[in-house]
Design a protein around this ligand. Structure first.
Ligand SMILES: [Zn+2]
Length: 456
């Protein structure tokens, strides 16, 4: 790994960051969206000291000597938290295990930060020891500013698990924990607990008969052992039967939608009782924005990738393309429109997850904004959508000092040029992003992407 140059550079950046947040700054006169569903504070002010919010409200006294920043005409919302991506394999000109390095993980996290995401959790596809090391290094301030990296290990039966593209990449790095008995499962979870792992993912899916399926014996053992150690279990399940089974077994987080059938009363009653978190992962593979030449999405993608997406006319799952909708698109949309509000009404707790990076050609960070818009289209209010992208994922991940704009929380926020409560698409009108009270260098990233583009 070419780490030495990167590390030398990052030490300079880290110390600048520390100097910048040691002061007190008052951000004045903006619309403040708290992130907890409450009404926004109009013409509000908040004070940040050492990266933490120390006061917030309409009538607050600004400490003497504080630097003052105007938020006139702006709306501020908490930075987002994405609980489901697959980081490290995408390199835009190629995709796979050969690209996996701390440098590439950092690149993806910077892309997430660019789009206003303060925390990014990679699920089931990150190598354990490298990822633990990355977390230590990031915590120690060895890297330039980026979204905070979290990861959870993944479990599957031998030769099961992720779709074939991700499976090939994760196999090369021996990432998936393959277990076939309850005993193996329990032993592996115990090992994870000693390493400080807080959650795991299980794949309970046979990919329409193409893969071996995780047995109830194994997932019951994983869930029971994980809970014994205070760990959560995220379950990949895409059919009604499988979702019923894993929710019934006590999985804490559902990943994916039931796409091919309408939910029934038995499942809705179970959801009412269990109230799992639910990472919907609706939008991956929706390339409309690139097809429509939207600069918000295009700015982070190399020209060659954009050209490739536009030239791809065949619709295949997860592959970005600009062709006509697939034959079953309307049916799937109708099922989604039926299932989504019923899941929410039954008590499934929506959290932001996008699956970005699971397949070539997607960009980190922008899909979050599409996911929010889809939720609103399917019936959430913009305020509920923002809560599902901020406060609730912070709660799920146990990040007590994140997720809302409130006293004692880290100053991780997005400054917007327009109000997303009026139109959720306004989350895309990003003026600036702050992490730990320090402005993230978005312009520098755009310049770097442009330069990389010119090199091809
Ligand atoms: Zn995934």
């Amino acid at each position: 790994m070419r780490a030495s140059g990167l590390l030398a550079f990052s030490i300079v950046v880290a110390s600048l960051g520390a100097a910048a947040c040691a002061q007190t700054v008052a951000y004045e006169g903006g619309r403040l969206i708290i992130g907890d569903g409450s009404a926004p504070i109009e013409n509000g002010t908040f004070v940040v000291r050492n990266g933490t919010i120390t006061a917030i409200g309409r009538e607050i006294s600004v400490p003497a000597g504080a630097t003052r920043g105007s938020l006139a005409g702006k709306t501020v919302m908490p930075a987002m938290i994405n609980v489901h991506v697959h980081i490290g394999y995408e390199k835009y000109l190629s995709w796979g295990a050969q690209n996996y390095s701390a440098e590439n993980v950092l690149d993806h996290l910077q892309r997430e930060a660019f789009y206003g995401v303060a925390v990014t959790q990679s699920v089931g596809s990150s190598p354990l020891d490298q990822s633990l090391q990355f977390q230590r290094d990031q915590k120690a301030g060895k890297f330039p500013q980026a979204s905070r990296f979290l990861f959870i290990p993944g479990y599957a039966p031998p030769n099961g698990g992720p779709d074939e593209v991700l499976r090939e990449a994760t196999n090369a790095l021996h990432v998936i924990n393959e277990v076939s008995t309850a005993q193996e499962a329990r032993a592996s979870i115990q090992k994870m607990a000693t390493k400080g792992i807080k959650a795991v993912k299980i794949w309970v899916d046979d990919r329409r008969g193409a893969y071996p399926k995780m047995t109830p014996e194994v997932y019951n053992a994983i869930i029971a052992e994980a809970h014994k150690h205070g760990m959560m279990v995220h379950a990949h399940a895409t059919t009604l039967e499988d979702q019923k089974a894993v929710v019934g077994a006590g999985a804490d987080v559902l990943v994916h939608l039931v796409q091919n059938e309408r939910l029934d009363d038995e499942y809705l009653a179970l959801l009412k009782q269990k109230k799992p978190y639910w990472a919907t992962v609706i939008t991956l593979g929706d390339p409309t924005a690139v097809c429509d030449h939207d600069p918000f999405f295009e700015q982070a993608l190399p020209d060659v990738v954009i050209a490739k997406i536009r030239a791809t006319m065949e619709r295949r799952p997860l592959t970005p393309s600009c062709g006509p909708p697939s034959a079953n698109a309307a049916t799937r949309e109708a099922i989604l429109a039926y299932n989504f509000p019923r899941m929410v009404a039954a008590g499934a707790r929506v959290v932001l997850g996008t699956d970005t990076g699971v397949h070539p050609g997607h960009t980190f960070g922008s899909g979050e904004h599409v996911e929010l818009a889809r939720w609103v289209q399917l019936g959430l209010t913009p305020s509920q959508a923002i809560t599902a992208a901020t406060k609730r994922p912070a709660e799920l991940l146990g990040l007590k000092d994140m997720g809302t704009l409130a006293v004692g929380k880290r100053a991780d926020f997005i400054v917007l040029d327009a109000n997303p409560l009026e139109d959720i698409h306004n989350t895309r009108k990003i003026s600036s992003v702050y992490l730990d009270g320090v402005k993230f260098d978005r312009e520098g990233l755009v310049a770097r992407w442009k330069k990389a583009n010119a090199g091809h």
